[in-house]
Write a new protein. Structure first.
Length: 201
């Protein structure tokens, strides 16, 4: 009779639980090292971080810059310049991508002076909604419909929707970053969602 060492056996798991998470890419594995090296002044390491994140950062800037490709490009470049300058202050409490997204939002909000000229729905309705420019990374009609609808929203409402629904910010964080009241943030998000639903249905 052969005895089996039960320490070598694993308990049975369901099919859903046995599905392994997606393997990390080489860039994701190297990212913590690249962050440390870039913070120490390694330009090549920072270039790798840039290449890894530029697409998402540009998309965020494009949404916050009214779908204006030139403004989005400038804002993305400004965000990476600021990231290079502030990288030594990155403490690693969150993922580098999360830190970079937050820094980008602060750059865009600050540079566009949204704090001083917050646009309401009523202001935009009087001025009329501008037609968005083409998003260069969009390939599907549905995605373009969403992007076009986003650019039709007034600036302040779009910023609240992007920060809350796409970036995961809480209303108190949005209020602190933009200088509006928490209630205003909630009201603009509610109205933005309602308009998006109407436009996309």
């Amino acid at each position: 009779m052969t005895l089996v060492d039960t320490r070598d056996l694993e308990p049975p798991v369901s099919a859903a639980a046995s599905a392994s998470p997606l393997p990390l890419t080489a860039a994701q594995v190297a990212e913590p090292h690249d962050v440390r090296a870039a913070a120490a002044g390694d330009a090549k390491a920072f270039e790798r971080l840039y290449r890894s994140h530029v697409g998402k950062i540009y998309g965020l800037c494009w949404r916050l810059c009214d779908g204006d490709a030139a403004k989005a490009d400038q804002a993305a470049q400004d965000a990476f310049v600021r990231a290079w300058e502030k990288l030594a202050s990155f403490r690693g409490e969150a993922a580098f991508g999360t830190w970079l997204h937050r820094l980008t939002v602060n750059v865009v909000l600050g540079e566009r002076r949204l704090l001083k000229r917050w646009t309401t729905f009523e202001d935009a309705e009087q001025a009329g909604a501008a037609e968005p420019s083409h998003h260069p990374t969009a390939s599907l009609g549905d995605r373009m419909d969403v992007e076009r609808a986003l650019t039709r929203l007034p600036k302040g409402a779009r910023a609240v929707l992007v920060l809350h629904d796409l970036e995961g910010w809480q209303h108190d964080e949005i209020a602190a970053a933009t200088g509006i009241a928490v209630g205003t943030s909630k009201a603009q998000l509610h109205r933005a969602r309602k308009l998006m639903k109407e436009w996309l249905s």
